[in-house]
Design a protein around this ligand. Sequence first.
Ligand code: NAP
Ligand code: GDD
Length: 342
Amino acid sequence: MARRALITGITGQDGSYLAEHLLNEGYQVWGLIRGQANPRKLRVSRLASELSFVDGDLMDQSSLVSAVETVQPEEVYNLGAISFVPMSWQQPELVTEINGMGVLRMLEAIRMVSGLHHSRNGGTQIRFYQASSSEMFGKAFETPQRESTPFHPRSPYGVAKAYGHFITKNYRESFGMYAVSGMLFNHESPRRGAEFVTRKISLAVARIKQGYQDKLHLGNLDAVRDWGFAGDYVRAMHLMLQQPECGDYVIGTGQMHSVRDAVRIAFTHVGLNWEDHVVVDPALVRPAEVEVLCADPAVAKNQLGWEPTVDFPQLMQMMVDCDLLQVTREREYADLMPASGW
Ligand code: NAP
Ligand code: GDD
């Protein structure tokens, strides 16, 4: 019988790639869907028509218990979160509820459905993956960051993710649950939300190239990240849950690039000079910035046999190429629409 996986956050970037990967691996894949008539459900159903869905919300404990009971999964991937860091200064309580307490609620749902009551009695068949983040390293104590690097989160988002990380570890130690925290560095793709810097750049480059936009407003061009391709990172999530012993893993490429590098690569790819178009807007600089993040993925490489397949220039170029096509399609569609009324 096919193994069953339950994914929270299936409508997001990572959820869509993970669903496709698990379907290819022969899983029966269920996605947790929140809200009434969530429009993103349609998009992910088009990507993978064999998906099943169950209603639920990380804010609602009983909905998670019911989802785990309905699906009876062997593996749960908790990717659901508010993932845009600046939103965590605007709505810190909501972000803490979903990204922090939401992890506890999902662990509790698994514990209740599995009947785990006593300390370290183990025995649950449900394996749990928590989508932790390099944002937990924040103002990093060392570079590159590895599994043992202490945390110094710089945003309410990072603080909530640190709670999620530690509560995952605690349920492993308290109840013998197979619970893994994947500390993933930034990963991008053509499916990345338009609010994140790489996609903001690739969309703007496509629009500027086609004459629909002239300027791109950005914040801190000196911020440095370790950016990889999301399709590679979901393979690592799955590998983490296939190990004989569970642990926590850092996933990244080990390569550092600045936002300025990202801009330069993207504009150069279409034959434009970035300095003619990029405007630095101090309003986009964050209250507390994470200046430099870079992974040491040695443990993942040695224990999981995981390696990235797409480097940063290839990633930016892939995103720009997809957005050139998307912008063309959008304009063709707009030209077909009447100028007013419907
Ligand atoms: P994303 O595209 O923003 O997707 C977030 C997902 O969370 C969406 O499917 C959203 O569903 C869901 N969600 C939001 N609030 C929820 C709630 N109350 N209950 C249930 N689901 C909820 O994010 P992503 O890039 O795929 O990232 C996936 C996870 O990895 C997140 O936890 C993120 O924090 C973490 N992470 C990401 C990166 C990265 O670079 N991408 C790096 C490290 C960690 P709706 O359709 O209902 O809004
Ligand atoms: N979004 C955005 N928009 N970021 C900008 C801009 C801009 O106009 N200008 C400069 N930046 C800088 C940010 O200040 C930050 O240092 C860097 O670009 C990356 O920003 P994002 O792409 O928004 O990603 P993030 O690093 O804050 O967070 C992402 O990665 C985390 C893992 O490290 C998200 O995916 C998080 O959910 C994830 O946990």
